[in-house]
Design a protein around this ligand. Structure first.
Ligand code: SF4
Length: 219
């Protein structure tokens, strides 16, 4: 079974997303926030093509946008936002870059997606990838991420767990119920008392207010 690198991101966010994607597929509700994120991705790609590599602390290199990756060993495929190919004289190096538009915190789901990209690029090129970047669109800043052995092992483990969910039609427990309020699948998780979680609801509304400069008070 081949999975997508984005499945790793989804699995870290909540394993149930894998169940709703492969075992019992359900229609996804695309929120305004998600549409906004996609627009930002497109704008970034246009701007990034004109910028230098200074923010990645690299001198020279080619940027490949939307670069397709695959790994026969991991059974994954995907498209990395940017692949930097330094073509350095002292030895070729590759750096995957994943873009995000949310807060400045580096979330594990994006980090492990980046690790999966790094592992696939290694297999494709035969070149060790020791570092990648998470680029925050809002801040215009790139955060370096070291690719460690522990992270690689964890990616392999997650791929096995994703396959277990799919092959055994296993309905997993949520990663964290705090994430349910913003989740596009929340109407399918009927076993959770999501609606009564007013605290989370207010926190999320506040974030949307800040993002879009809304004046209306939280309900
Ligand atoms: S609503 Fe909660 S439990 Fe259900 S998929 Fe989303 S995050 Fe997971």
């Amino acid at each position: 079974m081949e999975i997508l690198a984005t499945d790793i991101k989804q699995f870290v966010y909540c394993p149930r997303v894998i169940y709703y994607t492969y075992v019992e597929p359900v229609p996804k509700k695309v929120s305004f926030k998600m549409k906004y994120a996609r627009q930002q991705h497109h704008i970034l790609n246009q701007k990034e093509k004109r910028r230098s590599l200074k923010r990645y602390h690299l001198i020279d290199g080619e940027r490949l946008f939307g670069y397709e990756i695959y790994s026969d060993m991991l059974n994954i495929r995907g498209k990395v936002d940017i692949l930097i190919d330094t073509k350095r004289k002292q030895g070729q190096q590759y750096f995957p870059v994943e873009c995000k538009d949310s807060d400045s915190k580096i979330h594990n789901n994006v980090k492990y997606q980046l690790v999966a990209y790094a592992m696939a690029i290694e297999e494709m090129t035969g070149t060790r990838v020791n570092k990648g970047f998470i680029y925050n669109i809002n801040e215009g800043k790139a955060y370096p991420i070291e690719i460690t052995k522990e992270q690689r092992d964890f990616v392999r483990k997650m791929i096995s767990m994703i396959k277990k969910i799919v092959y055994e039609e296993y309905f997993p427990e949520p990663r964290s119920r705090k994430r349910c309020f913003d989740c596009e699948f929340r109407r399918y998780c009927n076993d959770l008392d999501i609606e009564s979680d007013n605290k989370v609801r207010k926190q999320n509304f506040k974030k949307v207010q800040e993002l879009f400069n809304l004046k209306k008070p939280a309900p």
